[in-house]
Design a protein around this ligand. Structure first.
Ligand SMILES: Cc1cc2nc3c(=O)[nH]c(=O)nc-3n(C[C@H](O)[C@H](O)[C@H](O)COP(=O)(O)OP(=O)(O)OC[C@H]3O[C@@H](n4cnc5c(N)ncnc54)[C@H](O)[C@@H]3O)c2cc1C
Ligand SMILES: C[S@@+](CC[C@H](N)C(=O)[O-])C[C@H]1O[C@@H](n2cnc3c(N)ncnc32)[C@H](O)[C@@H]1O
Length: 660
């Protein structure tokens, strides 16, 4: 069944205030939404004092049920801005089943001109908000918003976070009892940091009793506006009578937080390394970004155009969830770059080029919402693409192309990132709680943390040599734009892809070669790419005057993709493989065992690799994931997705299959 339209259905009253049609309730008080928010949520959670007390590098995590118009978020951000020191950070996590459409959000937020500095930034980043986890980075990383789009009871169990203050704002309990259940409150308790506080606008007795039963000590307190009384409370701890929630398995648990110097070496300056560097720098880390070449993005991330194409599954797999979250995240980062040169949101059309693909597309069109993807028949597809096509297909209106080096450069431009070019790290050594990067007898750099972001080259280090990464050569062809090819309006994909021109050239890609280790472009692969173009559109072949071009003289470039056996990237902390096998040998006999043995982490060693043929979508959000592992922050992805990408998964599987 096609998901119902995901957006909130609003009515606007005669004062211009939004009201939910589904819940027949208001988003905020008609007397003064601002005063109510400040009183009920900011004051009752003592946020002014708590923001003021945050140290440099400190962080406060707020969780909310019901993001709505984002008014609570914006008020919290404003208060944070007024009272927290420059080096502190605010992390806001909010769950929302029916996100407002961007125009509705704009209309609602226009009600609060005094919040304009903040709402303008939110609106600028409010793009590609699709189901699942969607991370927005605001104010250069000082404020992070993680929206969990979906039903609270489906999303919150997937959250890995320690929440310092809860805002309960899910419409009135009588109108929306689903947001006030014991099951949901147990999730809030599971996620509560020690001493977490909580508040809500309601004083309904059964809500108070259920919250008390979940471990929150609730108190009635005088209300504001129409509200006679409201509730506030503190988390006392998981109630003894209730079975404790399951904790993460030790091999996927968070390593102990690092203390001391926040300095990381990031080895490799492609999309993965630059994203990691950016996410760490935004959190106040010093980053030394080591790259063996003379510039950033010289290998897989060096193509003139890559496609933002979502290869989804209708079955909600970890990969599919990662793709929807990663796509949203990348799209929002791209909003900072120069449209037309660095990227373009021209849309991506995936042709239904055979019956099997048409069937797959029909399933996807059922499983995802219209604004993410929808089917076009042949006429509609041709009208979109501006050229003649052999079939219709699936259109991704927010997709497009990216010049990956521009994305790398933007991410690496932070003043905390020191770019060290011509630095080829041949060896890693551990000395005095530091990781040292060596080139022969030359010490290149050292820091307590190292992130291996060198694609398949990370296998050169003994610590990561067993990660099952494979290189797959790929070649793109550059085709000069013609007057006739200017008609191409969107990226069009079949087995290959072709993009509207960037700076006078179309990129046509890409070949797959599992055996060739040589990166010199070959005429045979140019010919193969042209064959794929023929399948995409004979009309475009004519428009590009391909008959006048010779594969021997065509320009292009080749690079290696780096893939893992399950096609998921490898992102997170790494354990010592041998010690891991010793520690958890019991699993080889019984895979259900969970030995109570801490994971033998390689302290401070992390990986961000294996981005295959979709690094534009997976690498940027992986930078956030890595930073979240390192900082003990809310994860930007569902726990199960973070585990599916965890570096320890391979040694664990080998152990369980008795092959380690
Ligand atoms: C032909 C082709 C077409 C593609 N098309 C698309 C597409 O349309 N859309 C999409 O999303 N993705 C596409 N991809 C995939 C995408 O390009 C990759 O997933 C992404 O670039 C991977 O980024 P990375 O940083 O992991 O690797 P890389 O870009 O390869 O970066 C690794 C960097 O590490 C450096 N390095 C390695 N070891 C060391 C060391 N020891 N010391 C110092 N430096 C080191 C390397 O020099 C390199 O710069 C394509 C890939 C290819 C090859
Ligand atoms: C009162 S509004 C929130 C107001 C908001 N905090 C603000 O600052 O504007 C309640 C929100 O909860 C959302 N909601 C209702 N039921 C939900 C559910 N089961 N899961 C997630 N969100 C839900 C609604 O769509 C609505 O946006």
């Amino acid at each position: 069944m096609k998901p119902v339209t995901p957006h909130a259905q609003l009515d606007w009253d005669d004062q211009g205030l939004p009201r939910s049609r589904v819940f027949d309730d208001v988003y905020f008080s008609d007397l003064s939404g601002l005063d109510e928010t400040r009183y009920v949520f900011l004051e009752q959670n003592a946020l002014r004092e708590r923001f003021a007390a945050l140290p440099d590098g400190g962080r406060l995590v707020i969780g909310e049920t019901g993001f709505g118009t984002g008014l609570n978020f914006l008020c919290a951000w404003q208060l944070f801005e007024q009272h927290a020191v420059a080096g502190a950070r605010l992390h806001f996590v909010s769950v929302e089943k029916y996100p407002l459409s961007a125009p509705d959000l704009q209309r609602a937020l226009a009600l609060w001109p005094e919040l304009r500095t903040f709402s303008d930034q939110l609106l600028a980043q409010y793009v590609a908000i699709h189901p699942g986890f969607q991370r927005l980075v605001l104010d250069h990383g000082r404020v992070t918003l993680t929206l969990l789009i979906g039903d609270a009871l489906e999303q919150l169990p997937q959250l890995d976070a320690q929440v310092d203050a809860w805002f309960l704002d899910g419409f009135a309990p009588a109108k929306n009892p689903d947001m006030w259940t014991a099951e949901l409150f147990a999730e809030l308790a599971r996620l509560a940091a020690p001493g977490s506080t909580i508040s809500t606008f309601t004083s309904t007795g059964w809500v108070r009793r259920l919250l008390n039963a979940a471990g929150f000590k609730m108190k009635r307190t005088p209300g504001i506006g129409h509200k006679w009384e409201i509730l506030r409370g503190t988390f006392l701890g998981w109630p003894e009578a209730t079975p404790a929630p399951a904790t993460a398995k030790p091999w996927f648990a968070r390593p102990a937080p690092l203390t001391g110097e926040r300095h990381a070496l990031v080895i490799g300056a492609g999309l993965a390394g630059c994203a990691t560097a950016a996410s760490l720098a935004a959190r106040g880390w010093q980053v030394s970004l080591l790259e063996r070449h003379a510039a950033l993005a010289q290998e897989a991330s060096g193509n003139p155009q890559g496609v933002l194409y979502l290869k989804l599954s209708a079955h909600g797999t970890a990969l599919s969830q990662l793709i929807v979250s990663g796509f949203g995240y990348t799209r929002r980062v791209l909003e900072h770059l120069h449209r037309g040169v660095d990227w373009d949101s021209c849309g991506v059309l995936q042709l239904a080029f055979n019956a099997k693909e048409a069937e797959r597309q029909a399933q996807l069109a059922q499983a995802f919402t219209e604004d993410l993807l929808h089917s076009l028949d042949k006429d509609q597809a041709e009208a979109r693409a501006g050229i003649e096509l052999p079939s219709g297909g699936l259109f991704y209106p927010e997709g497009g192309w990216v010049h990956p080096p521009a994305l790398c450069q933007w991410q690496a431009a932070h003043p905390h990132i020191r770019i060290l070019l011509h630095h080829d790290v041949l060896e890693l050594r551990r000395a005095d709680d530091h990781w040292q990067a060596w080139d022969g007898e030359k010490l290149l750099a050292d820091a307590p943390v190292v992130v291996l972001a060198g694609a398949a080259e990370i296998k050169r280090f003994p610590y990561s040599s067993e990660l099952p990464l494979k290189r797959i050569r790929g070649q793109i062809t550059r085709l000069p734009q013609t007057i006739e090819s200017q008609a191409l309006n969107t990226v069009v994909c079949a087995e290959g892809y072709v993009a509207p021109a960037r700076l006078g050239e179309h990129t046509l890609g890409a070949s797959f070669d599992f055996n060739n280790e040589d990166l010199t472009p070959t005429a045979a692969e140019h010919a193969g790419n042209l064959q794929m173009l023929e399948e995409i559109s004979p009309d475009l072949v004519t428009r590009l005057r391909v008959d006048t071009l010779h594969p021997e003289t065509l320009e292009g470039r080749a690079a290696f993709r780096c893939t893992s056996p399950d096609y998921l990237p490898i992102v997170g902390p790494l354990a010592d493989a041998e010690a891991f096998v010793d520690a958890y040998s019991a699993l080889s006999k019984d895979a259900r065992q969970i030995p109570d043995i801490p994971c033998p982490w390689l302290d401070g060693l992390h990986v961000n690799s294996g981005h295959g043929s979709r690094g534009l979508i997976t690498a940027p959000v992986s930078g956030e994931l890595l930073a979240a592992w390192l900082e003990g922050e809310p994860l930007p992805l569902p726990r199960s997705v973070a585990e599916a990408c965890h570096p320890n998964r391979f040694v664990l599987r080998r152990l369980i299959r008795g092959k380690a």
